[in-house]
Design a protein around this ligand. Structure first.
Ligand SMILES: NC(=O)c1ccc[n+]([C@@H]2O[C@H](COP(=O)([O-])OP(=O)(O)OC[C@H]3O[C@@H](n4cnc5c(N)ncnc54)[C@H](OP(=O)(O)O)[C@@H]3O)[C@@H](O)[C@H]2O)c1
Length: 280
């Protein structure tokens, strides 16, 4: 299997373009799922304080026998911990739970513009401290709209290395993705297969049948060729393997255009709108 491509971030660090997401994996199942993914060849794990499985992610990495430096780990700040003193305390806990003195990438999970008096700027400055201290090798955001990113650009020093946003064939979030492309912010696509919702789509199924691949592989390959960073979640061993088998085939430009045309705009969004979500 050819290696997973790396994407260079605006701070000079590299992130594997493909990884393993652990949202909604029960703590009791997480270490085994992570160890399985690492055995298959994944080298990037995406967790969050709110997933409540950081400790088990750390355990899965240790169980794999890989060195810490061989696995890229992302975590995200809890919606409950935006105040600088809470962010510091919870970031310390993240490192303790992971059993590591650094995280590769740390994100503000949601901007929460209707909470904390709309102040995500002091939260971001706290992440800038983690970066300066070397405890977060890279820092970024998640679910930030272009206007939120503009505010960071105007008031802060460090441009986020990445913005992790909902993005899949039915909701391509193009304005935010393009803002990232134009400002050197890598786009990470969460729910890359829309939690399975796009897998019965006739365009995707048609391409999959022609290529002898699964609909999930075709969708994930579309993300890779569009330049998105993705980390599908699965606790099913056969799917963990299937989702990794993306680097020995390519979609034709007309296949890419066919999947591009499935965008439903706002109607395709599954998650809450970042302008309104207050984290509860
Ligand atoms: N920043 C944010 O706000 C945010 C929000 C959501 C997600 N995320 C991140 O993005 C990651 C991925 O998103 P997600 O977990 O929401 O959804 P996803 O990866 O799009 O889909 C996961 C679902 O699809 C199923 N599945 C996986 N591979 C499959 C395959 N090959 N064929 C058929 N079904 C398959 C899984 O089932 P089984 O497990 O039963 O196999 C699971 O139910 C998360 O784990 C998390 O790390 C971030």
């Amino acid at each position: 299997m050819p290696p997973v491509p790396a994407i260079e971030l605006n701070d000079g660090n590299a992130i594997p373009q493909f990884g393993f997401g652990v949202f909604q994996i029960e703590p009791a199942e997480t270490a085994e799922a992570v160890a399985r993914a690492l055995e298959v060849g994944y080298r990037h794990v995406d967790t969050a304080q709110m997933y409540e499985n950081e400790r088990e992610v750390g355990e899965g990495v240790r169980r794999s026998g890989l060195e810490r430096g061989e696995v890229y780990i992302t975590s995200k700040l809890s919606n409950a911990s935006h105040r600088p003193e809470d962010a510091r305390r919870s970031f310390d806990e993240t490192l303790t739970k992971l059993g590591s003195d650094y995280v590769d990438l740390f994100l503000i999970h949601w901007p929460l513009p209707t909470r904390y008096d709309g102040d995500f700027v002091s939260t971001w400055r706290t992440l800038e401290d983690f970066h300066r201290e070397g405890r977060a090798r890279s820092i970024g955001v998640s679910n930030f709209e272009a206007a939120h990113l503009e505010r960071l650009a105007a008031e802060c020093e460090v441009v986020p290395a990445a913005n992790q946003i909902e993005l899949h064939p039915y909701f391509q979030n193009e304005e935010v993705r393009r803002y990232g492309e134009e400002h050197g912010i890598a786009t990470q696509a969460w729910s890359p297969i829309a939690q399975g919702r796009v897998l019965g789509d006739e365009t995707i199924v048609g391409i999959a049948e022609r290529l002898g691949r699964s609909p999930a592989q075709v969708t994930l390959r579309w993300h890779i060729q569009r330049g998105n960073i993705v980390f599908p979640k699965s606790t099913t061993p056969a799917r963990i393997e299937e989702n990794f088998a993306l680097f020995d085939f390519e979609l034709e430009p007309e296949d890419i255009r066919g999947i591009d045309s499935l965008d439903r705009g706002e109607a395709g969004r599954d998650g809450p709108h970042p302008n309104r979500f207050d984290g509860s």
